[in-house]
Design a protein around this ligand. Structure first.
Ligand SMILES: *Cc1c(COP(=O)(O)O)cnc(C)c1O
Length: 364
């Protein structure tokens, strides 16, 4: 009989065996400010109605793979231009995978380009699917290095470019003019990832009418429905038609579908929550800025990027005090001594602020 060691050696790709799994730290009992979740639930009076709706779902049936009602509702409620459709994904993570999969070629390795530091899934997906990832460093102020981007685009002719707008983990919006220059310079597909659009004051959705190589990708995760795993993207119909060919037909489950429909019928709730989060962001940013030795970067997202004197030590002390944030200092040289902190409820934000204030006072 074949031992598991032999089976792994024979079957599993060596590069995968070298990798480690995406690590999500346990947040049990902690103030959880590490994953850009919306801290609010729907108001309680909606829970019973949602429960009734979910109870009517035919769990014994597969989803109807056209998802036409949900798609219509998304287009109608979330600002997709007239005449444009969407493709749905099990989170935008799956959309990233589908886009990359669509570019894989047997003869020549396809190339994915994105500014770094950026969203880790772009590089990770490229690596897993056998595409080359080209990371172009941002400038120290986290704006795009347009010259370097254009040079890399000309030299490498990437099939896919990912631009997160606002960017994660730096929280800023890149310059519109820079993104438009990239759209014009690229022969391939340019994905503008608007995961944080509910908290930003700008979008490239209207530009779908202008740039035929543009994909605008969004998710309901940061808006307040991270648990249901639903992403969507819009683009030229000819491109969406190609992506539809490789979308797993039932990739959005019936409970997520029903839940998303219900939520979008009450989209105003999520708009109000986003406005509240933005107001908290302003408050949190101002008081953190006033702490000695803390640099707060401008944010158009539901999180703040901070630079501290000794971020590793502060991160550990925060953990001891029951506050979980994300230590991004090792992600990229430009992020040395940086922590990424989600905006939570007023009480959670105060908890974080007071914990940080204590730690800084102790170590000063
Ligand atoms: C959080 C995040 C996503 C999330 O995607 P889902 O899979 O839809 O939860 C996508 N893009 C960026 C830049 C993000 O930060």
């Amino acid at each position: 009989m074949t031992s598991i060691q032999h089976a792994l050696d024979h079957s599993i790709r060596p590069d995968l065996r070298q990798m480690s799994a995406y690590h999500v730290p346990s947040a049990a009992g902690m103030v959880k400010l590490d994953a850009m979740e919306n801290p609010f639930r729907m108001p309680p009076e909606y829970h019973a109605r949602l429960g009734e709706r979910l109870a009517q779902v035919d769990l014994q049936r597969y989803p109807v793979p056209t998802y036409s009602e949900l798609k219509q509702r998304i287009c109608h409620t979330l600002g997709v231009p007239q005449g444009h459709e969407v493709v749905l994904g099990n989170g935008s993570d799956e959309l990233i995978t589908m886009l990359a999969l669509a570019c894989v070629q047997r003869e020549q390795r396809a190339r994915v380009l994105a500014p770094v530091p950026g969203f880790v899934m772009y590089a990770m997906t490229a690596q897993l699917l056998g595409l080359d990832f080209i990371g172009v460093p941002l400038k120290p102020d986290f704006s795009l290095d347009l010259e370097a981007m254009l040079a890399a685009i000309h030299a490498q002719q990437p099939q896919l470019i990912f631009l997160a707008y606002p960017n994660n983990p730096t929280a800023n919006l890149f310059s519109r003019a820079d993104i438009e220059a990239i759209l014009r310079a690229s022969r391939g597909i340019v994905v503008v990832d608007e995961a944080y659009q509910p908290f930003a004051n700008d979008s490239f959705m209207p530009q779908l009418l202008e740039y035929e190589n543009l994909v605008v990708m969004r998710t309901v995760s940061k808006m307040g429905l991270a648990g249901i795993r639903l992403g969507y993207m819009s683009a030229h119909p000819a491109l969406l038609a190609e992506i539809e060919k490789l979308r797993p037909p039932y990739n959005v489950n019936v409970l997520s579908e029903a839940c998303a429909l219900f939520a979008l019928e009450h989209a105003q709730i999520f708009k109000e929550q986003a406005a509240q989060i933005c107001a908290e962001r302003t408050l949190q940013s101002a008081r953190l800025q006033a702490l000695p030795g803390v640099e707060v970067f401008p944010s158009q997202a539901n999180f703040l990027l901070l630079r501290l004197k000794n971020a590793d030590q502060v991160f550990s002390s925060l953990l001891e005090q029951g506050v979980l944030v994300k230590n991004v200092g090792k992600m990229h040289a430009l992020l040395a001594n940086c922590l990424r902190v989600t905006i939570g409820t007023a009480a959670e934000n105060l908890r974080f602020y007071q914990a940080l204030e204590n730690i800084l006072a102790r170590t000063a």
